[in-house]
Design a protein around this ligand. Structure first.
Ligand code: HEC
Length: 173
């Protein structure tokens, strides 16, 4: 498997990243998530050269090599099979990068995060329908919330995040 060879073949990857098996050192980094770690490995960071010093490695191979090292160090990450899986943004991240502009305050009549009634009312027609509306846009809600590059999976995660936040916040009141 090339991914496993990647870190062994490139001393730079091993030197720049914490030692494989050093759980404490990896814990700090794994909390950043695979997308961020992969970005660091691709761009280079501090002593870590771009692409781990091996430009032949594809982005996906780098991501797999990172997953391998992380798993050798006590984690249980799933090796990504596609770049889409590597780059996928969490619902929380999507919401905080864009959706919150309107949904944080209820701008233009957007269901506000934390307004349990508003979210339950909308989602009662079925999650798929609500996600479809978010994808296509509706009234003052722009298609894909104004993030044209969002995948359907990412927008679904964002909707679920806002719904969960709303019902959880309401319960805490
Ligand atoms: C420019 C403001 C704006 C942004 C940015 C925005 N929304 Fe909205 N959103 C709205 C408004 C306004 C509505 C209510 C539209 C209506 O019911 O006519 C809405 C409604 C929704 C609904 C309910 C749809 C339904 O079927 O009732 C969902 C789900 C949603 N937005 C998701 C998102 C997501 C996910 C993002 C970020 C990727 C996002 N929105 C970003 C303004 C915005």
């Amino acid at each position: 498997m090339r991914a496993a060879v990647a870190d062994a073949a490139s001393g730079a990857v091993v030197a720049a990243y914490p030692k494989i098996g050093d759980h404490n050192a990896w814990d700090k980094r794994t909390s950043q998530g695979l997308t961020t770690l992969t970005q660091h490995a691709l761009n280079g960071i501090r002593q870590m050269p771009s692409h781990g010093g091996n430009p032949e490695l594809s982005n996906l191979e780098i991501a797999r090599a990172i997953t391998y090292m992380v798993n050798q160090s006590g984690k249980n990450w799933v090796e990504p099979v596609s770049l889409a899986a590597v780059n996928q943004r969490t619902g929380e991240r999507v919401v905080h990068s864009k959706c919150i502009e309107c949904h944080g305050v209820g701008k233009f009549g957007a269901p506000r995060i934390g307004d349990q009634q508003a979210w339950i009312g909308r989602v009662s027609v079925g999650l798929d329908k609500v996600v479809a509306t978010a994808i296509h846009g509706h009234g003052a809600m722009p298609p894909r919330g104004g993030m044209a590059d969002l995948t359907d999976t990412e927008i679904r995660a964002a909707v679920i995040y806002m719904f969960n936040q709303s019902t959880a916040l309401a319960r805490a009141d």
